[in-house]
Write a protein that binds this ligand. Structure first.
Ligand code: NAP
Ligand code: MG
Length: 483
């Protein structure tokens, strides 16, 4: 197995195929959430650097869009293979900068690489349409073409997968990109840029611009008329700000925003299976996932039993640094995140919930928080309206199917939802009734590069993965033809 050599991970900006320092010399530290120690110091892209990166992407656009789709696909395929070969090194890097457990990091690398494999295959499938008009007066040719230079902005919770889920389809479509990774986790994105260059990606097609002050750097890109698209994954709050900025140039926007997933368990469900699903839906990535089950809604007759079985399973998880490969759960991303989680739990306990597991931040180094189950949470408890983004499972109850649906839909978010019932027609009916873009039916693990992923309501616009993910980076041109 190859071990990571942290000294060899790039820490400069990647612009036009070259590693360059920041134009104003500024840099920032990257910390290991398990220890609080600085692991790297990274160049911080200025507004001038943002302009330079857009220039590099715009210059590369004319030849990249002309590159045969098969050839673009083969570069993505090679990127998939290199990621797969180096999965252990990449996983170590992800653990170091994001704090997630070893298993979650290895799982992320595999998932991230699959987006390159999938879009390597989709690159040759940007099909159009040719048909005769209904009144017979002309031929209609509809062609897909790349939307243009794209600004990509990604969060820290999946530093590799949120990048490949955008870079894969963008490159398959014939677009060039500037990626602004999260400041907590810029190293994985830089390592991926290096790997993609090795896979044969031409200079300027992928540019990576970490930035300590993301607002001005991203703002410069969105104001540049050469940029035609924004693809953003992050919080709804920041998403709203970026949509407003993007409106100035009427940018094509794909937005993957926050969630507040309900996990509904009916009294006819197999409770053991529901708890297995709950452990995945809640604890994948330590709860730091946009599709994490954020509120458990369990039918009154089985709510206490479900809570107790879930609590037993949560108590058995080992909390510890991800580099210790036997840990099940790592620290959360930073001190502020841990304090926020603790304050939501404390306020729920003071509104009458019961701590059945965890509810504690252990002393010592690192931003750890114990896997937590809150039982008998009041249906009006504000914790149920808030994306907690950590290892916390609040369990509330419902009485009827209508009541379950009403509670599930009582949120501005609509990303993911989960339904467990022994009656499949009921599970499907409730699944259809929930306003969420992704629904797990008797299943806690839903992510798949071949499936269209995205949110309804204020959880987002557009879909990533599947063929839909490719279409987000294409626009249609219609030629009206007499021949
Ligand atoms: P965030 O604070 O919204 O940040 C996301 C990205 O936007 C980061 O790169 C961040 O840079 C940048 N950013 C922040 N403020 C900005 C501004 N004013 N202008 C331009 N860029 C700005 O979200 P996060 O805390 O990193 O991630 C957690 C959120 O992401 C959760 O709400 C989660 O649900 C959501 N998420 C959604 C999906 C999905 O597919 N729907 C997937 C994963 C995560 P800095 O790091 O420098 O602040
Ligand atoms: Mg943030």
């Amino acid at each position: 197995m190859q071990h990571l050599d942290l000294q060899k991970v790039p820490t400069e900006l990647y612009i036009g195929g070259a590693w360059v320092g920041s134009s104003d010399g500024s840099r920032f530290d990257v910390e290991d959430p398990a220890t609080g120690e600085v692991i790297a110091n990274v160049a911080s892209g200025s507004t001038d650097d943002a302009e330079a990166a857009v220039t590099a992407a715009a210059d590369a656009m004319s030849s990249w869009r002309q590159t045969p789709p098969r050839q673009r696909g083969e570069i993505l395929r090679r990127s998939f293979e290199l990621m797969t070969e180096r999965k252990d090194e990449l996983a170590e890097l992800i653990v170091l900068e994001s704090g997630k457990s070893w298993n979650d990091a290895v799982g992320e690398v595999a998932y991230a690489a699959e987006f390159y494999r999938w879009f390597a295959e989709e690159a040759v499938r940007a099909d159009g349409l040719i048909t005769r008009a209904p009144n017979g007066d002309k031929h209609i040719i509809a062609k897909h073409r790349p939307v243009g230079v794209c600004a990509l902005v990604t969060p820290w919770n999946f530093p590799a997968a949120m990048a490949t889920r955008k870079i894969g389809p963008a490159l398959a479509a014939g677009c060039t990109v500037v990626l602004k990774p999260a400041s907590d986790t810029p190293l994985t994105a830089l390592a991926m840029a290096e790997l993609m260059a090795e896979a044969g990606t031409p200079a300027g097609v992928v540019n990576v611009l970490p930035a300590r002050r993301s607002g001005p750097t991203v703002g410069t890109m969105l104001a540049d008329p050469r940029v035609r698209k924004l693809s953003f994954t992050g919080s709804t709050e920041v998403g709203r700000v970026l949509l407003e900025q993007a409106s100035k140039q009427v940018l094509n926007c794909s937005m993957e925003l926050g969630g507040n997933a309900p996990f509904i368990v009916f009294d006819d469900a197999d409770i053991e299976a529901a708890v297995d699903g709950a452990m995945v839906a809640k604890m994948r990535n330590g709860g730091e996932s946009c599709i994490a089950a954020n509120r458990f809604l369990v039918q009154s007759g089985v709510a206490d039993r479900f809570s107790e079985v879930l609590a037993e399973r949560m108590k058995a998880l080992r909390l510890g640094p991800g580099l210790d490969r036997t840990s099940d759960v790592g620290p959360v991303i930073n001190e502020a995140a841990r304090d926020e989680i603790a304050s939501w739990v404390d306020s729920s306990l003071s509104s009458g919930a019961t701590a059945l597991a965890g509810a504690n931040a252990p002393a010592g180094t690192g931003w750890f928080y114990e896997p937590t189950v809150l039982g008998r949470v009041d249906r009006d408890d504000p914790i149920l309206d808030h994306e907690v983004f950590g290892p916390v499972a609040p369990v509330a109850s419902f009485d009827t199917e209508d009541d379950a649906l009403e509670q599930a839909n009582a949120t501005e978010f609509g990303l993911a939802a989960y339904v467990y019932s022994g009656d499949l027609s009921r599970a499907l009916r409730v699944g259809e009734g929930i306003e969420a873009g992704v629904v797990g039916i008797n299943r806690g693990f839903v992510s798949d590069p071949a499936a269209p992923f995205g949110g309804m309501k204020q959880s987002g616009l557009g879909r990533e993965g599947a063929h839909d993910g490719l279409l987000e980076f294409l626009e249609t041109q219609y030629l009206a033809v007499d021949w």
